[in-house]
Ligand binder design. Structure first.
Ligand code: 3PG
Ligand code: CO
Length: 555
């Protein structure tokens, strides 16, 4: 425990209650009709900048500032919350897989050797998100892995694709499927029996998270493992095109389908002796499938048939659960996160969000680690999310409920840090529904107000920030910033995150006079927030953390 002892901050007191509020998908951008945050009434968020500009600033939330390969990579919640919680920048999954593929080390690792055992007699199955979004997976990595596995002896390969439309523009799935079909055709020319076997939209098939809705994973299981789905096609390109034709259909929610041969038989169910790789590097939306594939004891749905397979994840998705036990690339070793320091220094923490983002303020925040560091020092509350709807239907989501739980935690006097994630801007932004996103932003702002008022009552401090942009820009733009049109002349709605910076505001009656943002950290990003918050708890941050954003001037 001693290694975690933090030095006292020379100027800042201990024992204040801090509300640490993360608005998911809340970036800063110029006023614009597609800036839903600007359109929405957000008096509380606006007031920070207006009334205390020395305690408001922008920080970076994308690209290398959060450990992603390049400045063209938009931020996302995994890397964002990792940086916020860990206070340092780690090369993230996307980057680690790139390096392993580039150097060829991926093929020397334990994980690849393990799946390779099945290449002689079995089929290699790749399951994952097929797009170049770079949030959960990347098409070019799947292409390289396909080629690499074939060169190393995989004779029969089946792909189980999940269409995106969430980290990329809706409708792009067709092009991605065509690209991968082209690769598979080349492999077939070389004598490898390589085909797409099944598919479905990521939000309806397989990629649920935080155990929100197991039926999503079951639909995937039925198609991928059992070879059963309501829709059967001879080719995946045809499948995606046809399934998109039904009204309101989109890439995110395509129904599950299987590819069948001339006799109507599914071409690639998963059977005994096969190898399976889940090709997503990001954890949250692969963990549930990993459990279904790996756990002997499993009661979340009836798997009907449980094939004996050699299964590996692209990464290990959960370090605490050691899930999956085999993986192709080692995940970033995120250790000594701010949460772990705080429990060793007497700081009691409360964390809360609704299901769809609950793991973000706990699991991602703590460096992809599930559970408590010390249950006596922490309490995590999950508010059940609505299930089976798209969030444009309920854009307020559980913002009020989260705020009320946080308010009660603040007023209880039991906690020094009350941390929440407000999902609205992000989850509704991902639906591409501009009007609903405006409503969602207002709801998030009202939730912030509730928590700020509670902080005022207890003489505490607030820190309000975001993990990445989303709701502040809902349209795809050309280089000059003009909205881009599709071939029918409609604007191309942007369902994904953005490259925008995010705001951070500090304040509250408990903030020592003279605390303000330093002017000498102009390139500050999400990773600088942890040291800042540790200071506000009255401690010096660990020396290897990214520097604090604040200074204390004599008043
Ligand atoms: C998702 O998983 O919903 C999106 O791909 C990314 O959104 P998040 O990073 O905000 O969770
Ligand atoms: Co998002």
């Amino acid at each position: 425990a001693n290694a975690f002892k933090l030095a006292d901050h020379p100027k800042l007191p201990k024992g204040k209650t801090i509300a640490l509020i993360v608005l998911d998908g809340w970036g800063e951008a110029n006023p614009d009709p597609y800036n839903c945050i600007h359109t929405a009434e957000t008096p509380t968020m606006d007031s920070f900048k207006k009334t205390a500009p020395e305690k408001w600033r922008l920080i970076k939330a994308h690209g290398t500032a959060v450990g992603l390969p390049s400045e063209d990579d938009m931020g996302n919640s995994e890397v964002g919350h990792n940086a916020l919680g860990a206070g340092r920048i780690y090369a993230q999954g996307a980057k680690l897989v790139d390096l392993a593929l580039e150097s060829g080390k991926i093929y020397d690792g334990e994980g690849f050797k393990y799946i390779k055992q099945s290449f002689d007699k079995g089929t290699l199955h790749l399951i994952g998100l097929l797009s170049d979004g770079g949030v959960h997976s990347r098409l070019d990595q799947v292409q390289l892995l396909l080629k690499g596995a074939a060169e190393r002896g995989a004779k029969r390969i089946r792909l189980h694709i999940l269409t995106d439309g969430r980290d990329v523009i809706d409708g792009t799935s067709v092009g991605f499927v065509e690209t991968i079909e082209n690769d598979l055709a080349k492999l077939r020319e070389k004598g490898v029996d390589a085909k797409i076997a099944s598919g479905g939209g990521r939000m309806y098939v397989t990629m649920d998270r935080y155990e929100n809705d197991w039926s999503v994973v079951k639909r995937g299981w039925d198609a991928q493992v059992l070879g059963e789905a309501p829709h059967k096609f001879k080719s995946a390109v045809e499948a995606v095109k046809k399934l998109r034709e039904t009204p309101k259909a989109n890439d995110q929610y395509l129904p599950p389908f299987v590819i069948v041969d001339d006799s109507g038989k599914a071409v690639g169910p998963i059977v005994d002796g096969d190898a399976v790789v889940t090709v997503n590097f990001r954890a949250d939306r692969m963990t549930m499938l990993a459990k279904a594939l790996e756990y002997e004891d499993f009661d979340k749905f009836d798997r009907v048939r449980v094939p004996k397979i050699n299964y590996a994840g692209m990464l290990q998705y959960d370090g605490e659960l050691k899930l999956p036990s085999h993986y192709l690339v080692s995940p970033p070793e995120i250790e000594r996160t701010s949460g772990e320091y705080l429990v060793h220094n007497g700081v009691k923490t409360f964390a809360c969000s609704e299901t769809v983002k609950f793991g973000h303020v706990t699991f991602f925040w703590n460096g992809n680690r599930s559970g408590y560091f010390n249950p006596e020092m922490e309490e995590y509350i999950e508010i059940p999310s609505d299930v089976g709807i798209t969030f444009n239907v309920q854009p307020k989501m559980k913002a009020l409920e989260i705020a009320e739980k946080a308010r009660d935690a603040i007023l209880s006097g039991k906690f020094h840090q009350v941390r929440v994630n407000l999902p609205n801007g992000d989850m509704v932004g991902h639906t591409g529904d501009v009007e609903a996103t405006v409503v969602s932003c207002k709801a998030a702002d009202e939730a912030v107000k509730i928590m700020i008022d509670a902080i005022a009552q207890v003489g505490g401090i607030f820190v309000v920030t975001a993990d990445h942009g989303n709701a502040e820009d809902m349209v795809k733009r050309d280089k000059s910033g003009k909205p881009m049109l599709d071939k029918n002349g409609n604007v191309q709605i942007l369902t994904s995150h953005t490259l925008q910076p995010v705001p951070i505001a500090i304040g509250g009656p408990g903030l020592a006079p003279g605390v303000r943002f330093r002017s000498d950290v102009p390139t500050g990003g999400l990773a600088n927030v942890a040291a800042t918050v540790i200071n506000l708890h009255g401690f010096e941050a660990p020396s290897d953390y990214e520097t604090t954003l604040i200074e204390v001037v004599d008043k």
